[in-house]
Design a protein. Structure first.
Length: 237
């Protein structure tokens, strides 16, 4: 008789738990929560696992969508590598939860308390991509490559800007009506042979200066002046 009583009591309590919200550490669980855990000195310990890659469910077998774990491992290769932190399963892969501002690149930039910036906080290059393809890179050494992930610096300059094109490339400086630049061309351009080209593309002179003073000027018509900015012959010294 006593066993029957306990069985009925257990079934009644189970039915009550299933119908109501559950509170641990509180007798009044929040109505919006199925499980409400209350404690002023302790937290909930999420299961800790060692993931191997974001595209590999293991060691969890058949994870349910939204399953949350804390990954303890640093493993895998980009772009599927993982490092310690919280991850959830989105149905096809593990997705890392951003745990502090240093993990993400925010629309208003990251901050170190002094300035806002976009870039890396560790010893990794900063590549920029469009349409899934890299277009520009700032290396850890401070060199910049446009069109190349390895800006050429075999001579060991302090800083290098390398603009690469398989057959031709150019750097252009433009105002409202003047355009000047530096070109490299495999087959030649503007009537010049293959090689390096510098000067103006607009109808304006091109000058060489040293110490803030003009030394050589090539007019739009092709006259060259050394010591003068207005040569009246092909060469005026």
């Amino acid at each position: 008789m006593k066993n029957i009583f306990y069985a009925i009591l257990s079934l009644s309590l189970l039915s009550l738990v299933q119908a109501q919200n559950v509170g641990i550490g509180t007798s009044a669980p929040d109505a919006s929560a199925r499980l409400d855990v209350s404690d002023t000195q302790r937290g909930i310990l999420i299961p800790r696992v060692a993931l191997s890659a974001t595209n590999n469910a293991a060691p969890v077998a058949g994870p349910a969508t939204s399953l949350l774990v804390y990954n303890t491992a640093t493993a895998g290769t980009a772009p599927n590598n993982v490092w310690p932190g919280y991850y959830y399963w989105d149905g096809t892969k593990w997705v890392r939860l951003i745990d502090n501002q240093s993990d993400d690149w925010r629309l208003d930039g990251n901050t170190n308390g002094v300035l806002r910036y976009i870039g890396t906080n560790d010893n990794f290059d900063f590549p920029i991509r469009t349409n899934g393809t890299e277009k520009m890179r700032v290396t850890t050494g401070g060199n910049v490559g446009i069109g190349t992930a390895t800006p050429e610096n075999s001579e060991g300059w302090d800083r290098v800007l390398d603009v690469y094109g398989a057959n031709y490339s150019k750097i252009i400086a433009t105002t409202s009506n003047i355009q000047s630049g530096l070109w490299s061309h495999n087959t030649g351009f503007y009537g010049a042979p293959a090689g390096g080209i510098t000067g103006t593309r607009s109808n304006h002179p091109f000058s060489l200066i040293t110490n803030g003073t003009t030394r050589v000027t090539v007019t739009a018509g092709g006259n060259v002046g050394i010591g003068t900015t207005a040569p009246w012959e092909k060469l005026v010294v």
